[in-house]
Write a protein that binds this ligand. Structure first.
Ligand code: IPM
Ligand code: MG
Length: 360
């Protein structure tokens, strides 16, 4: 029997709708090839939701996501909403959907595409073969810890507070995901913390170390976050899987993405203890080029591939998409952000057409 999935699409803001349109066409093409059926439904989030409802994450969107098998998100945010109070900002919608769906594990691969290696700001010898998976904790740590806020002290001075906190259970569940992923990769896990200074990091390190007993095949190392930031540039190939907390993962995943020279190429997956997972490109909404058919849709398309692999366990369909991306790059198709001499400059739609061609 043909497998049927309900997918919630959250195109969001800026280039979101353009790149989402390409991903949907690609998914339809893959569905035909793999005998799958997708039912797409569209929800509001971010600035688009603020404009329509005054709320960056309407309850209706959360309900729609909860009832689906997977959520594919494009990007949120833009200048227009930058001066709104925090609870009304697009980012609050994104953090809200992560929390509402319990998406505690964020998988951010940083893979160098051989066809794009010269787009990296680092030397070819340093980045060639880089294949890192950053596993970032996504619903805890300093992003969500209490107390938080801007308070007024007795002297009338304002004091801003955020709290970096993790419980044992929160550490254990992300550590488990990371060990599982490392076991399916090259069996190397590096846990990144700041245990020389932070108590919360000491607990993190103790729990990750304890979890390692269940995964004797995985070689576990620990690294302080400042050193990790340096090692990622110095010798990125030493890393296989990295597990770290919410804030450190936010920073290190951007750094790892830049190694590849093409942040416009990188997808991510956010998973909880049960479906739906949420899948989105690492890059933002690029309001400066929105609506001009200049955006690179490949990270969105690769996010759809991650959705198939990690969200729906449809490995064959996921690989087909990844192969199509590799094919169009080898054929020389490039959007402006990854353009290099001798290649063929295309817009977002044309890149989509090339992908469909590669799939057919
Ligand atoms: C990311 C982004 C978000 C984060 C922002 C937009 C809230 O930087 O997904 O990495 O900090 O998690
Ligand atoms: Mg970030």
């Amino acid at each position: 029997m043909r497998k049927r999935y309900t997918i919630t699409l959250l195109p969001g803001d800026g280039i979101g709708p353009e790149i989402m349109a390409v991903a949907v066409e690609v998914l339809k093409a893959v569905a035909k090839k793999c005998d799958l059926e997708f039912e797409f439904q569209e929800g509001l989030i971010g600035g688009a939701a603020i404009d329509a409802t005054g709320n960056p994450l309407p309850e209706e969107t959360v309900e729609m996501c909860r009832k689906s098998d997977a959520v594919l998100l494009a990007a949120i945010g833009g200048y227009k909403w930058d001066s709104l109070p925090r609870e009304k900002r697009p980012e609050t919608g994104l953090l809200g959907i992560r929390a509402a769906l319990g998406l505690f594990a964020n998988l951010r691969p940083a893979t160098v595409f051989p066809q794009l290696i010269d787009a990296s700001p680092l030397k070819r010898e340093v980045v060639e073969g880089v294949d890192i998976m950053v596993v970032r904790e996504l619903t805890g740590g300093i992003y969500f810890g209490q107390p938080k806020g801007i308070f007024t002290t007795e002297t009338g001075e304002k004091r801003g507070v955020n709290t970096m906190a993790y419980t044992e259970a929160e550490i254990d569940r992300i550590a488990k995901v990371a060990f599982e992923i490392a076991s399916k990769r090259r069996n190397k896990l590096c846990s990144v913390d700041k245990a020389n200074v932070l108590d919360v990091s000491q607990l993190w390190r103790d729990r990750v170390t304890a979890m390692a007993e269940k995964y004797p095949q995985v070689e576990l190392t620990h690294m302080y976050v400042d050193n990790a930031a340096m090692q990622l540039i110095r010798q990125p190939r030493q890393f296989d899987t990295i597990v770290t907390s919410n804030l450190f993962g936010d920073i290190l995943s951007d750094e790892a993405a830049m190694l590849t020279g093409s942040i416009g190429m990188l997808p991510s997956a956010s998973l909880g203890s049960h479906p739906p997972g949420l899948f989105e490109p690492v890059h933002g909404s690029a309001p400066d080029i929105a609506g001009q058919d200049k955006a690179n849709p490949l990270a969105q398309v690769l996010s759809a591939a991650m959705m198939l692999r990690y969200g729906l366990q449809e490995e064959t369909a996921a690989s087909l998409i990844e192969q199509a991306v590799s094919t169009v790059l080898s054929q020389g198709y490039r959007t402006a952000d990854i353009m290099s001499p001798g290649c063929r400059l295309v817009g977002c739609k044309q890149m989509g057409d090339a992908l469909l061609q590669a799939l057919s």
